[in-house]
Design a protein around this ligand. Structure first.
Ligand SMILES: Cc1cc2nc3c(=O)[nH]c(=O)nc-3n(C[C@H](O)[C@H](O)[C@H](O)COP(=O)(O)OP(=O)(O)OC[C@H]3O[C@@H](n4cnc5c(N)ncnc54)[C@H](O)[C@@H]3O)c2cc1C
Length: 403
């Protein structure tokens, strides 16, 4: 896309580019699109950006935000994708933090925001339950209020959450719990911050189709949570929940990374010529599929820029974040399909961590081909999480089209 950048914007872009080139950890190079990153991998880059003051550009300035324009945010995202930098995990910085600085008390802001910013506390999201995914408001995990022996007020939480991403590393979780079972379903929910080391919490792994341990079940049995860990009013947690979901969705679009993904597909498709001297990139049908995807990606990029511009004008993400989520995740999935097609039989071995873990295996073909299958399988998730794409279509029908 040809955008006219001012000399200041170009200087900013060059500054970011130089910073990443000098400071991105050597051991993380080439790991940007991998799903098997360790806690240390995620935190090492997070902490470098935090030290520079660039880990949470959208936060209010007083808590560490950068006060960047929408163009600067766009350029920053572009540079991170261009360098294949591993993403900053959203659960702390992009999900619970905006809830805390928007709805939390001063004490809550001071207690939680600096540790999220500096990567000292890892967060997970306790929304979904076995019977409450798309229909989230029907959640059953209950929190009963009691007065403890010490005279303080607590909630006693019992229930089960599921699909809790990377909860095995989490220090804290933000949970939706039912505090009034008699009220209308959206009106009896509260938003609690729970210390994951609390007695009564059990985290059990769910292994996904690509062999990874990314998601978990979280069981809560008589977990004692101080009332001051509730954000916003009791039974008004649905307000925080919806606000957070809009932030979660607009972050999922991943336009800059998909642009880099197209380049990688091109590299892979042009890597090897067949007996006739042609490679896949000269195949008209494959070229057409790549071109269609790029056209959709450019359209999405314009939409994302409009959303960024309206955010810079002080508006929060609205129903357009549903549109970004649908198109962004469809494009991510199509990209992994094209990569798998380009890899052909070289993509067949799909052990996680392959080829590094496969001491006795000798993969053939381009390196980039070896992870196309796990990436393909893993990326099926994107149209489900953050609210499934069918649900996003319902939101657009109601909120945008007025149907
Ligand atoms: C990899 C991954 C990570 C996740 N991480 C987290 C996390 O960290 N924390 C967390 O709380 N949750 C997480 N989730 C859960 C995610 O938000 C839910 O999976 C999602 O909301 C869908 O809910 P469900 O799985 O219960 O499916 P269901 O709600 O049972 O839906 C099943 C199917 O029916 C469709 N459907 C349901 N209702 C409607 C309707 N009204 N109209 C049209 N179609 C409908 C859905 O689109 C879907 O295709 C994660 C999920 C995945 C896959």
């Amino acid at each position: 896309m040809n955008l006219d950048f001012s000399p200041e914007d170009i200087a900013f872009r060059d500054e970011v580019r130089a910073f990443v080139a000098e400071n991105y950890p050597e051991q993380l190079r080439g790991k940007g699109d991998r799903e098997d990153l360790s806690k240390e991998d995620f935190l090492s880059w997070h902490k470098i950006l935090a030290k520079k003051g660039w880990v949470a550009p959208s936060w209010p300035k007083e808590w560490g935000g950068c006060g960047w324009t929408s163009t600067q945010k766009y350029l920053f995202g572009e540079e991170m994708a261009r360098a294949d930098a591993i993403p900053i995990l959203p659960f702390g910085v992009a999900m619970v933090a905006p809830v805390i600085y928007t709805f939390g008390t001063q004490e809550q802001k001071e207690r939680y925001l600096p540790k999220i910013y500096n990567g000292e506390e890892w967060w997970c999201q306790g929304y979904s339950e076995p019977g409450a995914g798309s229909d989230l408001a029907s959640l059953k995990t209950k929190a009963e209020r009691i007065t403890g022996d010490d005279g303080k007020e607590y909630y006693i939480v019992n229930g089960q959450k599921t699909w809790t991403t990377l909860a095995q590393h989490a220090d804290w979780g933000f949970f939706l719990v039912r505090t009034d079972p008699t009220a209308k379903i959206q009106e009896g929910i509260s938003f609690l911050l729970i210390d994951m080391k609390s007695p009564g919490i059990t985290v059990r792994p769910i292994i996904t189709i690509d062999g990874g341990h990314e998601v978990n079940e979280v069981w809560l049995e008589n977990v004692k949570v101080p009332v001051e860990n509730r954000v916003f009013e009791e039974n008004k947690g649905w307000t925080c929940a919806k606000f957070l979901l809009a932030h979660e969705r607009s972050g999922i679009a991943g336009v800059a990374r998909s642009k880099r993904g197209v380049e990688k597909v091109r590299e892979l498709a042009s890597a090897e010529a067949g007996d006739d001297g042609h490679n896949l990139l000269s195949d008209p049908d494959f070229k057409r599929k790549v071109a269609e995807l790029e056209i959709d990606l450019t359209a999405l990029e314009y939409t994302e820029l409009r959303v960024l511009a309206s955010e810079s004008a002080g508006k929060g993400p609205g129903p357009e974040s549903s549109l970004l989520k649908i198109k962004g995740t469809e494009i991510q999935q199509r990209l992994t399909e094209l990569a798998l097609e380009a890899a052909g039989h070289y993509g067949a071995p799909y052990f996680r961590g392959f080829p590094e873990d496969g001491d006795n295996m000798h993969p053939i073909g381009p390196d980039a081909a070896h992870r196309t299958a796990p990436n393909y399988f893993n990326t099926r998730k994107t149209s489900i999480y953050g609210g499934s794409n069918e649900i996003q279509r319902n939101i657009i029908a109601k909120m945008v089209l007025g149907l």
